[in-house]
Design a protein around this ligand. Structure first.
Ligand code: FES
Length: 145
């Protein structure tokens, strides 16, 4: 049911933890399943994501997608991080079962929430970034894969 990569990131999640004085922190949840994800970003003066950590109170797929998402945004620019969509995370994990697709949306939204927090703290606007939702459960009904 799960790819080897999903199992690997679930059993050995990368970048678990917190970043003290993070440049941006984003927390999102899904009210339907009750899962919560928090993402911490350390962004340098050149807008490069130097470090990324996460904490997920959620299912195995949520842990695996957050782990992969942190790996994908590390070392990237803010604009490149915006391209780390839930689809990109799923592709990097060799897919997720259909019922678990919503878990990857948490990862995408948590990155957006952390970037939003960073932008607010710095009084800047990030091109292409919309205000993230703290609860993504309303959205997933319309998502089709
Ligand atoms: Fe809700 Fe996976 S079941 S995030």
């Amino acid at each position: 049911m799960y790819s080897d990569k999903v199992m690997d990131h679930f059993q050995n999640p990368r970048n678990v933890g917190e970043i003290e004085n993070a440049s941006g922190v984003g927390t999102v949840g899904n009210a339907k399943c009750g899962d919560i994800m928090r993402m911490y970003l350390d962004i340098d003066d050149n807008g490069i994501i130097q470090d990324c950590k996460f904490k997920t109170f959620g299912c195995g797929a949520a842990v695996a997608t957050s782990s992969m998402a942190t790996e994908l945004v590390k070392g990237k620019t803010i604009q490149q991080a915006l391209e780390v969509t839930n689809k990109a995370v799923m592709d990097a994990l060799d897919g997720l079962p259909p019922v678990k697709v919503h878990c990857s949306l948490l990862a995408e939204e948590a990155i957006h929430a952390a970037l939003w927090d960073y932008a607010e703290k710095h009084g800047i606007k990030i091109e292409g970034l919309e205000k993230p939702k703290s609860d993504i459960s309303e959205e997933e009904v319309e998502e089709e894969y």
